[in-house]
Structure formats: C-alpha cells, structure tokens
Design a binder for this molecule. Structure first.
Ligand code: ASP
Length: 288
C-alpha cells in the first residue's frame, strides 16, 4: 500500500498546487486524476481492470459546478488520460458523453495523447481476471480496495468541480458502462450544493443516481453533506450495493463516506491540512 499512499499524496499535492496558485477547481481535479490515471496502483488509466475479453476499457467524467458544463467518455482503449479527453468533450464538442470508436475519433481531432493498449495492462489486474474466470466467471467483480479514482475541489473563487476515472469492474462485457462517466450517477458538481465523485458497485450507483441525489438533498432538503451522502449510500445498500463518495461543499467542507472496509483517499485545505488515509483511520468522514 506504500505505493498507493505515495501516489495519493502526489495527486493531492498536484490538485492543491493548482488551487494554492489561485487556479480553477476544474484544473485541480483534472491534475489530481491524471496523476492517478498514470499510476498503476489504481483502477484507472494504467492499472485498469480487465474486461472478460482481456482488454482494458476506460471511462471518465468531469463537471464544472459553476456552469454545470460536463464531459465524459466511455469504452476508451487507447487514450492515455481519459479525464483530459472528457474535459475536451466538455469544452470542444457540443455533446456530453462520447463512447468507443467515436470518442477515439474525436480524440484524434483534439490531438489527445494515445498509447498502445498494452500500456494500461498490468499483471496484477490480469491475475484478478484469471481468478474470476477460474472461479467460474460469475458476473463480475468489484475490487473496492484499488478502485476507481476521483477528485473534488473548491477554488478561491468559490467554484466547485468533480472528476472520476475508472477501468470499471473486472470481467465486464458487452460494452458495459458503469456509473463513473454518467453525470449524476458517479460524478456531479453544482456550485449551489456540492461536488461529488463516487466509487462502488456501479450498477446500483446508476439506479440511485447517487451523485445527483446527494446534491439534490443538500440543495432542496437542506441536509448537510454527510447526512445527504449517508442517505444516498443507504439507498445503494438497499439495492444490494456498496461503495463510497468524496464530497466538497461551497463552504469548503471536504468529506468522504463509505460502506466498504476501506477507501483510499487524501485531502488538503488552504489552512494547511494534508491527509492520506486508506481504511478507517483519519478525520473527515467515515463509514455510513
Ligand atoms: N464504480 C465503478 C464502476 O462500476 C467501479 C469502481 O468504483 O471500482 O465502473
């Protein structure tokens, strides 16, 4: 876990440096997520989960809380940093969500950095697929400990942003897309409420609309962020799913909530807080 801890600290510091320099929340979340996409310890970019066919198919999203502009991508196989392409979908296309070959054709018009698909494949993830297949294959497997990556931020202008990136779940097939690139499910930002990024059993997160539900509870029901997050995670649990969320509010409160044994996470504030935590330890959130 030392490598994951170090990468989390690097990602946190990359985002914090943007914010400390007066930069935008959007730039901060993109910078943080890119560090984790490039690091093999996480299920995003390099180190992504394998599909049942032995490939890596990447999903990502980004959202601007100030304007509720959003961009996302699904089923990428050659784009080094899916979160950056998601941002280009937001800024340079008239659409919100692009998938597969079409998304990669758009990427070519943007000069997005491509890699050989082998770049994403690491032996540990391959082994997880092999074990799943050896067990008889089941449907698929959510490995919560090394999951999806995400970032949320509030900048000096008071604007919020969220980003999420993932390889999805091991053994997925038929072009399966999870919650991460779906705006309102795994990713959402609205300056009136909060920014949210989710990890967990994507199918249930989609059915609950977790990220939007948390924002709606804060905005419409007046709940605090922890109460709203716990309520949404309870809805997921009622459908048979587990997972976690990171949330930041317009007041700059940054918290996490999860219903799994652990969720790798890190946090920084302008007051000088610098935190990395893996399981139950640390302040700022907890098990719902
Ligand atoms: N939520 C992701 C998905 O279903 C998986 C994860 O968070 O590990 O695609």
């Amino acid at each position: 876990a030392a490598g994951a801890r170090a990468a989390l600290a690097r990602a946190r510091d990359a985002g914090a440096a943007v914010l400390a320099g007066g930069g935008d929340a959007l730039d901060a979340v993109e910078a943080a997520v890119r560090v984790l996409e490039n690091d093999p310890h996480f299920n995003a970019g390099r180190g992504a989960a394998f599909t049942r066919d032995g490939a890596n198919e990447l999903d990502a999203a980004i959202m601007d809380g100030a304007t509720r502009a959003a961009g996302s991508v699904a089923g990428l196989t050659r784009i080094r940093n899916p979160v950056t392409l998601a941002r280009r979908v937001m800024t340079d296309s008239p659409h919100v969500l692009l998938s597969g070959a079409g998304a990669e054709a758009f990427a070519a018009t943007q000069g997005a950095e491509t890699v050989d698909p082998a770049w994403f494949a690491i032996p540990e993830r391959r082994r997880q697929l092999d074990e799943l297949l050896a067990r008889g294959g089941g449907a698929f497997d959510v490995d919560m400990k090394y999951g999806t990556v995400g970032a949320v931020a509030r900048d000096v202008h008071g604007h919020l942003a969220a980003a999420t990136s993932t390889g999805g779940v091991t053994g997925k097939r038929w072009g399966r897309i999870g919650d991460s690139p779906l705006i309102g499910a795994g990713t959402f930002a609205d300056d009136r409420a909060c920014a949210v990024s989710c990890t967990g059993s994507g199918e249930q997160f989609i059915r609950v609309g977790v990220a939007h539900e948390i924002a709606a509870r804060i905005r419409l029901a007046g709940e605090d962020a922890a109460t709203a997050a716990d309520a949404a995670l309870a809805e997921v649990r009622a459908l048979g799913g587990t997972g976690g969320v990171i949330v930041v509010t317009p007041a700059g409160e940054a918290l996490w909530r999860f219903t799994t044994p652990g969720m790798y996470r890190a946090r920084a504030t302008s007051a000088g807080l610098r935190e990395v935590a893996l399981y139950g330890e640390g302040e700022g959130g907890g098990e719902a």
